[in-house]
Design a protein around this ligand. Structure first.
Ligand code: UDP
Length: 476
């Protein structure tokens, strides 16, 4: 055994799933050379989907080790941004992380410390111990591009991005991005999350390498811009390893939720081929009550079959789309009167969570309305299901810009100025995706991309080569 690879994820489902997949991949292909340990942080913000995922991951082979750090608690403060709290938690955990790395090092050489890029405040722990630190980006190269180029864009203006309502930002290799489409913590320079994002940006180039969950043919222009050094005009770009798509076969929210999981899958199995549009907005996406009603009316008017994973609304604000809260929505109160009855022969609304990977791979599913979270994008590509892009939070607006404007893999869902998407727009996009000639073209394009995704992991595929180079860099 040549040593241990230590992975340090961020504890949200969208960040955790693919880094655990990376751990399993290393174990499957190189268990004779490396053991894999995933360091798990415990704190009051860990959500049930994360706990359920970890329980399953530790029960299923291949067996990688999960090392849990002591539980941390920080004082809740309603005014602090999510990003600022996350940053503080990571920093508070540094002594625990140091202890964990020292303990692992007593019996094995730590060949690489692979940390989620949002764990940048922990970079110094590995570097002080002389352990090679790599960043892992569970989002695509588009987001990596943003994070590398952020200091340059930051220096181009002294204004808040949210106030530059008519300005497009120009990142190398990306289509123009309207300034207010930057991720939330970057919109306002006074947001506590803003310096944290800059800290991440300054830390990325110091690493031994950056591992990205993407593949060459999906984001070739963006990857080229990064590897050509255009995103880091002032410093050398570390090696970038595009080793995606890394996606899990199945993420079930909880054992208790199995009944609704089975219900949606058996319902799908009874529907005709490619007849169902699936609507799902990630682990955190929510809408106002008014928006939920518009979606329902649009679906009803479209006449199409649908499966809709619906989370509980938290606010009447049409621009608030992120919620950490869990809890079942009351469908009778939320949906238009008589909606469930009128659509019972062609539609199913599931509360909170649908088994997305299984759903996308059902024959009856012919379209996907998604918030463009990166895992969802990769899962749609790998299943060959065409997309309507309805970004809600994080870097999803940028993902949409690339998917719609550059790759032509998705149709846009257009919101009006107040953030509301009206029923007529939902109807129009669902119909276009499911029954128009244009929809067919999108289906063919995404099928081609699915083949490219499979080719990336073939014997001489781009991700296979990149992964081999990464592993070679651990032997020194
Ligand atoms: N997911 C799921 N069912 C749901 C909601 C989400 O299985 O009802 C999974 C989805 O398949 C994906 C992950 O949760 O793997 C969400 O990651 P993504 O990056 O798409 O979005 P995020 O939740 O991070 O915004």
């Amino acid at each position: 055994m040549e040593g241990t690879i230590v992975l340090y994820p961020l504890m949200t489902i969208g960040h955790l799933v693919s880094i655990v997949e990376l751990g399993k991949l290393i174990h499957r292909q190189y268990h004779h050379r490396f053991s894999v340990t995933v360091i798990i942080t415990e704190h009051q913000f860990v959500t049930p989907d994360v706990t359920a995922f970890l329980r399953r991951a530790s029960e299923t082979p291949p067996s990688i080790t999960f090392h849990h750090l002591p539980s941390l608690s920080i004082k809740p403060s309603p005014n602090r941004s999510r990003a600022a709290v996350r940053c503080e938690l990571i920093r508070f955990n540094n002594p625990n992380l140091l202890h964990a790395l020292q303990t692992i090092s007593e019996t094995s050489t730590v060949r690489a410390f692979v940390m989620d890029f949002f764990c940048a405040p922990a970079f110094c722990v590995a570097s002080d111990l002389g352990i090679p630190a790599y960043y892992y980006v569970p989002a695509g190269a588009t987001f990596l591009n943003l994070m590398l180029y952020l200091p340059t864009i930051h220096n181009q203006t002294t204004k808040n991005f949210k106030d530059l309502t008519t300005t497009n930002l120009h990142f190398p290799g990306l289509p123009p991005i309207p300034a207010p489409h930057m991720p939330q913590p970057l919109l306002d320079r006074d947001d506590e999350g803003y310096p944290y994002f800059l800290e991440v940006s300054f830390s990325l180039p110091k690493s031994k390498g950056i591992i990205v969950n993407t593949f060459e043919s999906l984001e070739s222009r963006v990857i080229k811009a990064i590897t050509d050094g255009l995103c880091l005009p002032e410093a050398p770009t570390p090696p970038v390893y595009s080793i995606g798509p890394l996606i899990a076969n199945s993420i079930n929210q909880s054992v208790e939720g199995e009944e609704s999981v089975n219900q949606s899958l058996s319902w799908l199995d009874a529907q005709p081929s490619q007849s169902v549009v699936f609507l799902c907005f990630g682990s955190r996406g929510v809408f106002s009550k008014a928006q939920v009603k518009e979606i329902a009316l649009g679906l009803e008017k479209s006449g199409k079959r649908f499966l809709w994973a619906l989370r509980k609304p938290i606010s009447e604000d049409n621009n608030k789309h992120f919620s950490m809260e869990s809890g079942e929505p009351d469908l009778d109160v939320l949906l238009p009167e008589g909606f469930l009855d009128r659509t019972k022969d062609r539609g199913l609304v599931v509360k909170e969570w649908a088994p997305q990977m299984e759903v996308l791979n059902r024959k009856s599913v012919g379209g996907f309305v998604t918030h463009c979270g990166w895992n969802s994008v990769l899962e749609a590509v790998c299943a060959g299901v065409p997309i309507v892009a309805w970004p809600l939070y994080a870097e999803q607006h940028m993902n949409r810009a690339v998917l719609v404007g550059q790759l032509k893999l998705a149709m846009p869902m257009e919101a009006s100025e107040d953030g509301m998407v009206c029923a007529a727009e939902v109807e129009k996009r669902v119909r276009a995706l499911m029954e128009s000639e244009e929809g067919k073209v999108f289906r063919e394009r995404i099928h081609k991309m699915k083949e490219e995704a499979m080719a990336a992991w073939s014997e001489s595929g781009s991700s296979t080569i990149s992964f081999t180079k990464l592993v070679d860099s651990w032997i020194y």
